[in-house]
Design a protein around this ligand. Sequence first.
Ligand SMILES: Nc1ncnc2c1ncn2[C@@H]1O[C@H](COP(=O)(O)OP(=O)(O)OP(=O)(O)O)[C@@H](O)[C@H]1O
Ligand SMILES: [Mg+2]
Length: 463
Amino acid sequence: MNKFPYIITVSSEKGGVGKTTLATNLAIFLKALDEDLPVSIFSFDNHFTIDKMFSFKGDKHEHTVTDLLSGETGNQLLQTGQYGVNFIPSSQNLSQAKKMIKGPMSLARMISTSEMDGILIIDTRPDLDILTENALYAADKVLIPVKDMPSLENCRNIFALFDKRGLDKKSLVLIPCLIDERIKFDGLFADQKTLLRAFAINRGYKCHDTYISKSPKVESLNTNPDGKIYPVLTHGRGTDVHGQFTALARDILADYQATKEPRSLLFHNWLEAENEKERISYEARLGGLNRDCLICKRNILPESIGTAGYYYETSDGIFSGFLEEDCFLKVLSQSIYNIKGQISDEDPTLMLLRESTRDSIFVLRPHPENCSSAVEFRRYDSSGQLLTNRRINYRDHAGGMFHDDRCPLYDIVGTTLSGYGNSFREAFLIIHPVEPGRPDKILQKESYRSFSTIKGSIAAMIT
Ligand SMILES: Nc1ncnc2c1ncn2[C@@H]1O[C@H](COP(=O)(O)OP(=O)(O)OP(=O)(O)O)[C@@H](O)[C@H]1O
Ligand SMILES: [Mg+2]
Protein backbone atom coordinates (compact mmCIF):
# COMPACT_ATOMS: atom_id res chain seq x y z
CA MET A 1 0.00 0.00 0.00
CA ASN A 2 1.21 3.51 -0.76
CA LYS A 3 2.33 5.71 2.08
CA PHE A 4 1.59 9.39 2.51
CA PRO A 5 3.22 11.59 5.14
CA TYR A 6 1.64 14.36 7.18
CA ILE A 7 3.83 17.36 6.41
CA ILE A 8 4.83 20.18 8.74
CA THR A 9 6.74 23.08 7.23
CA VAL A 10 8.49 25.56 9.50
CA SER A 11 8.80 28.88 7.75
CA SER A 12 9.45 32.56 8.31
CA GLU A 13 11.04 35.14 6.09
CA LYS A 14 12.70 36.58 9.15
CA GLY A 15 16.03 35.03 10.08
CA GLY A 16 16.94 33.81 13.57
CA VAL A 17 13.37 33.41 14.86
CA GLY A 18 13.95 29.82 15.95
CA LYS A 19 12.80 27.86 12.85
CA THR A 20 15.53 25.27 12.88
CA THR A 21 15.43 24.87 16.66
CA LEU A 22 11.68 24.37 16.42
CA ALA A 23 11.82 21.94 13.47
CA THR A 24 14.58 19.72 14.86
CA ASN A 25 13.32 19.59 18.44
CA LEU A 26 9.74 19.05 17.38
CA ALA A 27 10.90 15.99 15.40
CA ILE A 28 12.65 14.60 18.48
CA PHE A 29 9.75 15.26 20.87
CA LEU A 30 7.27 13.69 18.43
CA LYS A 31 9.38 10.57 18.20
CA ALA A 32 9.71 10.49 21.99
CA LEU A 33 5.93 10.66 22.38
CA ASP A 34 5.34 7.80 19.96
CA GLU A 35 8.29 5.61 19.17
CA ASP A 36 6.36 3.69 16.50
CA LEU A 37 5.65 6.85 14.54
CA PRO A 38 8.05 7.39 11.63
CA VAL A 39 9.36 10.95 11.91
CA SER A 40 11.52 12.42 9.15
CA ILE A 41 13.08 15.79 8.56
CA PHE A 42 14.99 17.66 5.91
CA SER A 43 16.02 21.25 5.37
CA PHE A 44 16.13 23.64 2.48
CA ASP A 45 18.82 25.53 4.34
CA ASN A 46 22.51 24.87 3.97
CA HIS A 47 23.46 25.38 7.61
CA PHE A 48 23.77 21.60 8.07
CA THR A 49 22.22 21.88 11.55
CA ILE A 50 20.05 18.88 10.79
CA ASP A 51 23.05 16.84 9.73
CA LYS A 52 25.02 17.83 12.83
CA MET A 53 22.12 17.02 15.07
CA PHE A 54 20.97 13.71 13.65
CA SER A 55 24.02 12.05 12.04
CA PHE A 56 25.72 9.24 13.87
CA LYS A 57 29.48 9.62 14.14
CA GLY A 58 31.19 8.44 10.97
CA ASP A 59 27.97 8.38 8.92
CA LYS A 60 28.46 8.79 5.20
CA HIS A 61 25.88 10.88 3.39
CA GLU A 62 25.26 9.31 0.02
CA HIS A 63 22.17 11.30 -0.83
CA THR A 64 21.01 14.83 -0.23
CA VAL A 65 17.90 16.97 -0.61
CA THR A 66 19.06 17.70 -4.17
CA ASP A 67 18.34 14.06 -5.07
CA LEU A 68 14.77 14.49 -3.83
CA LEU A 69 14.37 17.57 -6.01
CA SER A 70 15.77 15.76 -9.00
CA GLY A 71 13.01 13.19 -8.69
CA GLU A 72 14.43 10.34 -6.60
CA THR A 73 12.01 8.56 -4.28
CA GLY A 74 12.12 10.32 -0.90
CA ASN A 75 11.91 7.15 1.14
CA GLN A 76 15.11 5.85 -0.41
CA LEU A 77 17.02 9.01 0.52
CA LEU A 78 16.18 8.84 4.21
CA GLN A 79 19.01 8.10 6.56
CA THR A 80 18.39 6.63 10.01
CA GLY A 81 19.37 9.31 12.47
CA GLN A 82 19.87 9.81 16.17
CA TYR A 83 16.85 9.90 18.52
CA GLY A 84 15.01 7.66 16.04
CA VAL A 85 14.48 10.52 13.58
CA ASN A 86 15.14 9.88 9.88
CA PHE A 87 16.62 12.66 7.82
CA ILE A 88 17.60 13.51 4.29
CA PRO A 89 21.06 15.07 4.45
CA SER A 90 21.27 18.74 3.52
CA SER A 91 22.69 19.90 0.24
CA GLN A 92 25.39 22.35 -0.69
CA ASN A 93 24.01 22.70 -4.20
CA LEU A 94 20.62 24.18 -3.47
CA SER A 95 21.00 26.91 -6.06
CA GLN A 96 21.44 24.15 -8.65
CA ALA A 97 18.53 22.23 -7.17
CA LYS A 98 16.28 25.26 -7.40
CA LYS A 99 16.62 25.17 -11.16
CA MET A 100 15.14 21.66 -11.20
CA ILE A 101 11.95 22.91 -9.58
CA LYS A 102 9.42 23.44 -12.34
CA GLY A 103 6.60 25.06 -10.41
CA PRO A 104 5.19 25.72 -6.95
CA MET A 105 3.59 22.27 -6.62
CA SER A 106 6.64 20.24 -7.65
CA LEU A 107 7.57 19.23 -4.11
CA ALA A 108 3.97 18.23 -3.31
CA ARG A 109 4.07 16.01 -6.40
CA MET A 110 7.40 14.48 -5.39
CA ILE A 111 6.32 13.80 -1.83
CA SER A 112 3.04 12.28 -2.96
CA THR A 113 5.08 9.49 -4.56
CA SER A 114 7.87 9.49 -1.94
CA GLU A 115 6.55 6.48 0.01
CA MET A 116 7.45 8.39 3.18
CA ASP A 117 5.31 7.64 6.17
CA GLY A 118 4.27 9.24 9.46
CA ILE A 119 5.27 12.87 9.95
CA LEU A 120 7.68 14.78 7.72
CA ILE A 121 9.10 18.09 8.93
CA ILE A 122 10.58 20.57 6.47
CA ASP A 123 12.85 23.36 7.68
CA THR A 124 13.22 26.32 5.32
CA ARG A 125 15.48 29.27 4.69
CA PRO A 126 14.53 32.79 5.85
CA ASP A 127 13.44 33.54 2.31
CA LEU A 128 10.26 33.04 0.29
CA ASP A 129 12.11 31.49 -2.63
CA ILE A 130 10.70 28.77 -4.85
CA LEU A 131 11.85 26.02 -2.44
CA THR A 132 10.10 27.63 0.53
CA GLU A 133 7.03 28.24 -1.61
CA ASN A 134 6.94 24.55 -2.54
CA ALA A 135 7.37 23.54 1.10
CA LEU A 136 4.51 25.87 2.10
CA TYR A 137 2.04 24.49 -0.43
CA ALA A 138 2.91 20.85 0.31
CA ALA A 139 2.26 21.20 4.04
CA ASP A 140 -0.65 20.05 6.19
CA LYS A 141 0.55 22.53 8.78
CA VAL A 142 2.85 25.51 8.42
CA LEU A 143 4.38 26.65 11.70
CA ILE A 144 5.43 30.30 11.50
CA PRO A 145 7.62 31.33 14.42
CA VAL A 146 7.22 34.97 15.45
CA LYS A 147 9.44 36.52 18.08
CA ASP A 148 8.66 40.23 17.71
CA MET A 149 6.64 42.75 15.72
CA PRO A 150 8.95 42.75 12.66
CA SER A 151 8.62 38.98 12.34
CA LEU A 152 4.85 39.30 12.76
CA GLU A 153 4.83 41.95 10.01
CA ASN A 154 6.73 39.57 7.76
CA CYS A 155 4.06 36.85 8.03
CA ARG A 156 1.95 38.98 5.77
CA ASN A 157 3.98 37.79 2.79
CA ILE A 158 3.26 34.11 3.45
CA PHE A 159 -0.46 34.82 3.78
CA ALA A 160 -0.34 36.93 0.62
CA LEU A 161 1.26 34.04 -1.29
CA PHE A 162 -1.65 31.79 -0.35
CA ASP A 163 -4.13 34.51 -1.32
CA LYS A 164 -2.42 35.01 -4.67
CA ARG A 165 -2.83 31.34 -5.50
CA GLY A 166 -6.31 31.11 -4.03
CA LEU A 167 -5.18 28.49 -1.50
CA ASP A 168 -6.85 27.79 1.81
CA LYS A 169 -4.87 29.41 4.62
CA LYS A 170 -6.08 27.12 7.37
CA SER A 171 -2.74 25.31 7.42
CA LEU A 172 -0.93 28.48 8.52
CA VAL A 173 -0.36 28.80 12.26
CA LEU A 174 1.82 31.32 14.08
CA ILE A 175 3.80 30.28 17.10
CA PRO A 176 5.44 32.80 19.45
CA CYS A 177 9.09 31.81 19.84
CA LEU A 178 12.11 33.11 21.73
CA ILE A 179 9.75 34.74 24.21
CA ASP A 180 11.61 36.53 26.98
CA GLU A 181 9.51 35.87 30.05
CA ARG A 182 11.26 38.63 31.99
CA ILE A 183 9.68 41.31 29.84
CA LYS A 184 6.42 42.53 31.31
CA PHE A 185 4.11 45.32 30.18
CA ASP A 186 1.55 47.37 32.03
CA GLY A 187 -2.02 47.08 30.90
CA LEU A 188 -4.05 44.49 29.04
CA PHE A 189 -1.21 42.73 27.26
CA ALA A 190 1.01 41.82 30.13
CA ASP A 191 3.85 40.12 28.25
CA GLN A 192 5.41 39.48 24.83
CA LYS A 193 3.47 36.35 23.95
CA THR A 194 0.10 37.87 24.91
CA LEU A 195 0.89 40.97 22.88
CA LEU A 196 2.05 39.00 19.83
CA ARG A 197 -0.93 36.70 20.02
CA ALA A 198 -3.35 39.63 20.27
CA PHE A 199 -1.81 41.32 17.25
CA ALA A 200 -1.82 38.05 15.30
CA ILE A 201 -5.48 37.35 16.02
CA ASN A 202 -6.38 40.93 15.26
CA ARG A 203 -4.93 40.43 11.78
CA GLY A 204 -6.90 37.24 11.29
CA TYR A 205 -3.93 34.90 11.78
CA LYS A 206 -4.30 31.64 13.64
CA CYS A 207 -1.95 31.45 16.60
CA HIS A 208 -0.83 28.35 18.48
CA ASP A 209 -1.79 28.06 22.16
CA THR A 210 1.73 26.93 22.93
CA TYR A 211 4.74 29.25 22.72
CA ILE A 212 8.45 28.69 23.14
CA SER A 213 10.35 30.73 25.69
CA LYS A 214 13.79 32.14 25.29
CA SER A 215 16.12 30.17 27.47
CA PRO A 216 19.86 30.60 28.02
CA LYS A 217 20.10 26.85 28.51
CA VAL A 218 18.55 26.21 25.09
CA GLU A 219 20.77 28.81 23.52
CA SER A 220 23.82 27.03 24.89
CA LEU A 221 22.85 23.71 23.32
CA ASN A 222 24.58 24.47 20.03
CA THR A 223 27.64 26.10 21.52
CA ASN A 224 29.82 23.51 23.22
CA PRO A 225 33.36 22.16 22.97
CA ASP A 226 32.09 19.01 21.17
CA GLY A 227 30.85 21.12 18.21
CA LYS A 228 27.51 19.33 18.54
CA ILE A 229 23.95 20.49 18.70
CA TYR A 230 22.14 18.92 21.59
CA PRO A 231 18.37 18.53 21.75
CA VAL A 232 16.12 20.08 24.37
CA LEU A 233 14.67 16.64 25.14
CA THR A 234 17.90 15.27 26.55
CA HIS A 235 19.84 18.38 27.48
CA GLY A 236 17.18 20.89 28.41
CA ARG A 237 15.28 18.97 31.06
CA GLY A 238 13.86 21.17 33.74
CA THR A 239 13.54 24.19 31.45
CA ASP A 240 10.21 25.74 30.50
CA VAL A 241 11.08 25.05 26.88
CA HIS A 242 11.17 21.31 27.60
CA GLY A 243 7.57 21.43 28.83
CA GLN A 244 6.52 23.71 25.96
CA PHE A 245 7.93 21.36 23.33
CA THR A 246 6.16 18.44 25.04
CA ALA A 247 2.86 20.33 24.87
CA LEU A 248 3.44 21.38 21.27
CA ALA A 249 4.36 17.85 20.18
CA ARG A 250 1.22 16.50 21.92
CA ASP A 251 -0.97 18.97 20.03
CA ILE A 252 0.65 18.15 16.74
CA LEU A 253 0.40 14.43 17.35
CA ALA A 254 -3.33 14.88 18.02
CA ASP A 255 -3.72 16.85 14.76
CA TYR A 256 -1.79 14.17 12.88
CA GLN A 257 -4.00 11.42 14.32
CA ALA A 258 -7.15 13.37 13.48
CA THR A 259 -6.03 13.84 9.86
CA LYS A 260 -7.32 10.84 7.95
CA GLU A 261 -6.27 12.18 4.58
CA PRO A 262 -3.06 14.22 4.62
CA ARG A 263 -2.42 16.64 1.77
CA SER A 264 0.11 14.27 0.21
CA LEU A 265 -2.67 11.65 -0.17
CA LEU A 266 -5.16 14.22 -1.49
CA PHE A 267 -2.54 15.43 -3.93
CA HIS A 268 -1.82 11.86 -5.00
CA ASN A 269 -5.54 11.28 -5.61
CA TRP A 270 -5.81 14.52 -7.58
CA LEU A 271 -2.81 13.52 -9.71
CA GLU A 272 -4.33 10.09 -10.36
CA ALA A 273 -7.59 11.73 -11.45
CA GLU A 274 -5.66 14.13 -13.70
CA ASN A 275 -3.71 11.25 -15.24
CA GLU A 276 -6.94 9.36 -15.85
CA LYS A 277 -8.47 12.44 -17.51
CA GLU A 278 -5.35 12.78 -19.62
CA ARG A 279 -5.50 9.09 -20.60
CA ILE A 280 -9.11 9.51 -21.69
CA SER A 281 -8.26 12.63 -23.73
CA TYR A 282 -5.31 10.84 -25.31
CA GLU A 283 -7.49 7.91 -26.29
CA ALA A 284 -10.14 10.27 -27.65
CA ARG A 285 -7.46 11.99 -29.74
CA LEU A 286 -6.20 8.64 -30.96
CA GLY A 287 -9.72 7.39 -31.67
CA GLY A 288 -10.59 10.50 -33.68
CA LEU A 289 -7.67 10.14 -36.08
CA ASN A 290 -8.18 9.69 -39.79
CA ARG A 291 -6.91 6.16 -40.32
CA ASP A 292 -5.31 6.65 -43.75
CA CYS A 293 -2.34 8.65 -44.93
CA LEU A 294 -3.84 11.70 -46.61
CA ILE A 295 -1.57 11.27 -49.61
CA CYS A 296 -1.01 7.58 -50.40
CA LYS A 297 -4.27 6.54 -48.69
CA ARG A 298 -2.47 3.60 -47.06
CA ASN A 299 -3.79 2.60 -43.69
CA ILE A 300 -1.42 4.20 -41.22
CA LEU A 301 -3.06 3.15 -38.00
CA PRO A 302 -2.57 1.26 -35.82
CA GLU A 303 -0.22 -1.35 -37.38
CA SER A 304 1.88 1.01 -39.42
CA ILE A 305 1.90 3.97 -37.05
CA GLY A 306 5.68 3.57 -36.73
CA THR A 307 6.28 4.85 -40.28
CA ALA A 308 4.42 8.13 -39.80
CA GLY A 309 6.60 11.21 -40.09
CA TYR A 310 4.09 14.00 -39.50
CA TYR A 311 0.97 14.66 -37.52
CA TYR A 312 -1.68 16.93 -38.97
CA GLU A 313 -4.66 18.60 -37.43
CA THR A 314 -7.06 21.22 -38.68
CA SER A 315 -7.26 24.35 -36.55
CA ASP A 316 -10.92 23.57 -35.76
CA GLY A 317 -9.92 20.04 -34.65
CA ILE A 318 -12.32 18.32 -37.09
CA PHE A 319 -9.67 16.44 -39.04
CA SER A 320 -6.48 14.88 -37.70
CA GLY A 321 -4.13 12.04 -38.52
CA PHE A 322 -0.66 11.03 -39.53
CA LEU A 323 1.22 11.32 -42.82
CA GLU A 324 3.82 8.92 -44.11
CA GLU A 325 7.10 10.80 -44.04
CA ASP A 326 8.11 10.08 -47.64
CA CYS A 327 4.64 10.87 -48.99
CA PHE A 328 4.72 14.36 -47.55
CA LEU A 329 8.32 14.97 -48.61
CA LYS A 330 7.49 13.98 -52.17
CA VAL A 331 4.51 16.30 -52.19
CA LEU A 332 6.69 19.13 -50.91
CA SER A 333 9.40 18.46 -53.49
CA GLN A 334 6.83 18.55 -56.29
CA SER A 335 4.72 21.43 -55.14
CA ILE A 336 7.29 23.72 -53.57
CA TYR A 337 10.50 22.80 -55.35
CA ASN A 338 8.82 21.86 -58.60
CA ILE A 339 10.69 18.60 -59.06
CA LYS A 340 8.99 16.69 -61.82
CA GLY A 341 8.40 12.98 -62.30
CA GLN A 342 8.94 10.09 -59.93
CA ILE A 343 11.48 10.62 -57.14
CA SER A 344 13.38 7.68 -55.70
CA ASP A 345 13.65 7.29 -51.93
CA GLU A 346 17.44 7.81 -52.18
CA ASP A 347 17.13 11.01 -54.15
CA PRO A 348 19.54 13.53 -52.53
CA THR A 349 16.93 16.31 -52.75
CA LEU A 350 14.53 14.16 -50.80
CA MET A 351 17.20 13.40 -48.20
CA LEU A 352 18.06 17.09 -47.83
CA LEU A 353 14.41 17.95 -47.53
CA ARG A 354 13.94 15.25 -44.91
CA GLU A 355 16.60 16.83 -42.74
CA SER A 356 15.38 20.39 -43.07
CA THR A 357 11.71 19.59 -42.48
CA ARG A 358 12.35 17.86 -39.15
CA ASP A 359 12.49 21.25 -37.47
CA SER A 360 9.68 22.84 -39.44
CA ILE A 361 5.98 23.21 -38.94
CA PHE A 362 3.80 23.61 -42.02
CA VAL A 363 0.50 25.35 -42.45
CA LEU A 364 -1.84 24.97 -45.41
CA ARG A 365 -5.11 26.71 -46.08
CA PRO A 366 -7.20 27.84 -49.04
CA HIS A 367 -5.61 31.02 -50.29
CA PRO A 368 -7.43 33.97 -48.63
CA GLU A 369 -7.55 35.90 -51.94
CA ASN A 370 -8.66 33.08 -54.18
CA CYS A 371 -9.59 29.94 -52.37
CA SER A 372 -10.87 28.09 -55.43
CA SER A 373 -7.60 28.20 -57.33
CA ALA A 374 -4.74 28.57 -54.86
CA VAL A 375 -3.37 27.32 -51.60
CA GLU A 376 -1.42 29.31 -49.03
CA PHE A 377 1.65 27.42 -47.90
CA ARG A 378 3.48 28.56 -44.78
CA ARG A 379 6.53 27.15 -43.15
CA TYR A 380 7.48 27.97 -39.55
CA ASP A 381 10.48 26.99 -37.45
CA SER A 382 9.89 24.93 -34.32
CA SER A 383 9.50 28.08 -32.19
CA GLY A 384 6.70 29.37 -34.43
CA GLN A 385 8.77 31.89 -36.38
CA LEU A 386 7.49 32.32 -39.94
CA LEU A 387 10.07 31.21 -42.55
CA THR A 388 8.07 31.01 -45.77
CA ASN A 389 4.70 32.19 -46.99
CA ARG A 390 3.85 31.20 -50.56
CA ARG A 391 0.92 31.07 -52.86
CA ILE A 392 0.68 27.76 -54.72
CA ASN A 393 -1.71 27.81 -57.63
CA TYR A 394 -4.00 24.91 -58.35
CA ARG A 395 -2.18 24.02 -61.58
CA ASP A 396 1.29 25.36 -60.79
CA HIS A 397 2.97 22.04 -60.86
CA ALA A 398 3.30 19.80 -63.84
CA GLY A 399 2.39 16.34 -62.69
CA GLY A 400 4.30 13.96 -60.47
CA MET A 401 3.64 11.02 -58.32
CA PHE A 402 -0.10 11.13 -58.92
CA HIS A 403 0.14 11.52 -62.68
CA ASP A 404 -2.40 14.24 -62.72
CA ASP A 405 -1.83 17.91 -63.05
CA ARG A 406 -3.43 19.12 -59.87
CA CYS A 407 -1.25 20.40 -57.08
CA PRO A 408 -1.30 17.69 -54.39
CA LEU A 409 -1.30 20.35 -51.68
CA TYR A 410 -4.64 21.45 -53.03
CA ASP A 411 -5.95 17.89 -52.59
CA ILE A 412 -4.79 17.84 -49.00
CA VAL A 413 -6.53 21.14 -48.31
CA GLY A 414 -9.66 19.90 -50.08
CA THR A 415 -9.81 16.68 -48.05
CA THR A 416 -9.24 18.27 -44.67
CA LEU A 417 -10.80 21.71 -44.89
CA SER A 418 -13.83 21.29 -47.14
CA GLY A 419 -17.00 22.64 -45.65
CA TYR A 420 -20.68 22.71 -46.51
CA GLY A 421 -21.43 22.43 -50.24
CA ASN A 422 -18.42 23.53 -52.23
CA SER A 423 -17.06 25.88 -49.63
CA PHE A 424 -14.03 25.67 -47.35
CA ARG A 425 -14.18 25.98 -43.61
CA GLU A 426 -12.61 29.04 -41.93
CA ALA A 427 -9.67 27.00 -40.73
CA PHE A 428 -6.13 25.92 -41.57
CA LEU A 429 -4.22 22.69 -41.53
CA ILE A 430 -1.11 22.39 -39.40
CA ILE A 431 1.45 19.68 -40.14
CA HIS A 432 4.00 18.92 -37.45
CA PRO A 433 6.90 16.46 -37.49
CA VAL A 434 6.70 13.56 -35.02
CA GLU A 435 9.35 11.59 -33.17
CA PRO A 436 10.58 8.79 -35.45
CA GLY A 437 9.23 5.45 -34.23
CA ARG A 438 7.01 7.17 -31.60
CA PRO A 439 4.57 9.27 -33.66
CA ASP A 440 1.74 8.83 -31.13
CA LYS A 441 3.84 10.65 -28.51
CA ILE A 442 2.68 13.95 -29.95
CA LEU A 443 -0.83 13.11 -28.72
CA GLN A 444 0.37 12.70 -25.14
CA LYS A 445 0.03 15.30 -22.41
CA GLU A 446 3.15 17.53 -22.55
CA SER A 447 3.80 17.14 -26.30
CA TYR A 448 0.18 17.73 -27.21
CA ARG A 449 0.14 20.78 -24.96
CA SER A 450 3.14 22.27 -26.80
CA PHE A 451 1.60 21.36 -30.15
CA SER A 452 -1.62 23.10 -29.12
CA THR A 453 0.32 26.15 -27.89
CA ILE A 454 2.10 26.52 -31.21
CA LYS A 455 -1.15 25.92 -33.08
CA GLY A 456 -2.74 28.68 -30.97
CA SER A 457 0.06 31.16 -31.62
CA ILE A 458 -0.02 30.44 -35.37
CA ALA A 459 -3.79 30.89 -35.34
CA ALA A 460 -3.35 34.25 -33.63
CA MET A 461 -0.88 35.28 -36.33
CA ILE A 462 -2.83 34.29 -39.40
CA THR A 463 -6.48 34.85 -38.60
N1 LIG B 1 14.07 28.84 22.76
C1 LIG B 1 15.26 29.40 22.58
N2 LIG B 1 15.93 29.99 23.59
C2 LIG B 1 17.12 30.57 23.38
N3 LIG B 1 17.75 30.59 22.24
C3 LIG B 1 17.15 30.02 21.20
C4 LIG B 1 15.88 29.39 21.31
N4 LIG B 1 15.52 28.93 20.08
C5 LIG B 1 16.52 29.25 19.28
N5 LIG B 1 17.50 29.88 19.93
C6 LIG B 1 18.74 30.40 19.37
O1 LIG B 1 18.42 31.43 18.44
C7 LIG B 1 19.27 31.40 17.35
C8 LIG B 1 18.42 31.25 16.08
O2 LIG B 1 17.73 30.04 16.13
P1 LIG B 1 17.48 29.19 14.84
O3 LIG B 1 18.74 28.88 14.15
O4 LIG B 1 16.63 28.04 15.26
O5 LIG B 1 16.63 30.23 14.01
P2 LIG B 1 16.26 30.17 12.46
O6 LIG B 1 14.99 30.90 12.34
O7 LIG B 1 16.32 28.79 11.99
O8 LIG B 1 17.46 31.00 11.83
P3 LIG B 1 17.76 31.11 10.26
O9 LIG B 1 16.70 32.03 9.74
O10 LIG B 1 19.11 31.72 10.22
O11 LIG B 1 17.68 29.76 9.71
C9 LIG B 1 20.18 30.20 17.56
O12 LIG B 1 21.39 30.65 18.10
C10 LIG B 1 19.46 29.36 18.57
O13 LIG B 1 20.33 28.63 19.38
MG1 LIG C 1 17.36 27.93 10.35
